[in-house]
Design a protein around this ligand. Structure first.
Ligand code: SF4
Ligand code: SF4
Length: 279
């Protein structure tokens, strides 16, 4: 079963929820798909067992073979290859690695070369737990390829937690692609509710089952609970803000190692979402 953990914005406690829920489970795998700013590894102390590069192909045009017919530019939907009068311009960041331009090129002038767009790090946590996170190369604009590789690598896991990128970008859509259930982590503030609404719309459009964990519920008002009730959205748990929690997190500590309250919250969420799969 694949469970994605999302939030409308950064800083809601999504990673705290991901790493603590994962650590509470008896078995399973966690992937951190927030490849622009991964931080789950700051809390999970495992053994690095593998490091791999993620590559994307992009076209390289041989000027000696090109006749500037323009067919590659006509084919590309992303304006990633634009034939000018005496030069074919390639915009690597816009290229979606579809391979189409070389297929339509009449002179076989287009070759593809590999570019490393990021890395994936595999960690063994316990005998029966794996943790993987991706990290995008500085200067890259899209982490989708890395997220797709993370998901492909772990597609046969019995229990998979997916720490998704915040917001509703292409990266988030890629992260929830294989999710059977989604947990939205939200804060009870006006901005928190507004950002959560966008995630709700995305999940409804993608036809995903989901529930909400309200974090720091004692710092906001009751609007978020009214919203959930009106929309018929399941409230999985509400978790209080505690200064001691903030101090522990700042030290890279897992809250379930220090707080019975927090452990009980994780147990309740795991029971609601996984049923007896964690037994
Ligand atoms: S399709 Fe091939 S020959 Fe035509 S402009 Fe593009 S690279 Fe050059
Ligand atoms: S590989 Fe696809 S996306 Fe990239 S430049 Fe060629 S046609 Fe465009």
């Amino acid at each position: 079963m694949n469970i994605a953990i999302l939030s409308g914005k950064g800083g809601t406690g999504k990673t705290t929820l991901s790493v603590n829920l994962f650590s509470y489970l008896n078995k399973g795998t966690l992937i951190d798909t927030d490849v622009e700013e991964p931080n789950s590894h700051l809390f999970l102390k495992g053994k690095l067992i593998k490091e791999e590069g993620v590559y994307k192909k992009y076209p390289l045009v041989d000027d000696d073979l090109c006749n500037y017919c323009g067919k590659c530019g006509d084919f590309c939907n992303f304006n990633a290859i634009i034939p000018a009068k005496k030069k074919v311009l390639v915009f690597q960041d816009l290229c979606h690695d579809c391979g189409g331009c070389s297929l339509v090129c009449p002179t076989d002038a287009i070759k593809y070369i590999d570019k490393e767009v990021g890395k994936i790090y595999h960690h063994q946590i316990d005998d029966n737990k794996l943790f993987l996170y991706g990290n995008m190369t500085v200067g890259e604009v899209s982490g989708v390829k890395i997220i797709e590789t993370l998901e492909e690598t772990t597609k046969n896991e019995e229990i998979l937690l997916i720490d998704s990128p915040p917001g509703t970008s292409c990266s988030t859509v890629a992260a929830i692609k294989g999710a059977d259930y989604c947990i939205i982590c939200a804060e009870p503030t006006p901005f928190g509710i507004s950002d959560m609404r966008m995630v709700v719309e995305l999940l409804r459009a993608e036809k995903r089952n989901f529930g909400v964990v309200v974090n720091k519920y004692n710092l906001g008002n009751s609007e978020i609970f009214k919203y959930l009730e009106e929309e018929g959205i399941e409230l999985l748990e509400k978790i209080k803000f505690d200064r001691e929690f903030a101090n522990l997190l700042a030290d890279g500590e897992l809250l379930i190692n220090h707080s019975e309250y927090f452990t009980n919250k994780m147990a309740n969420i795991a029971k609601k979402v996984l049923g007896d799969k964690n037994d």
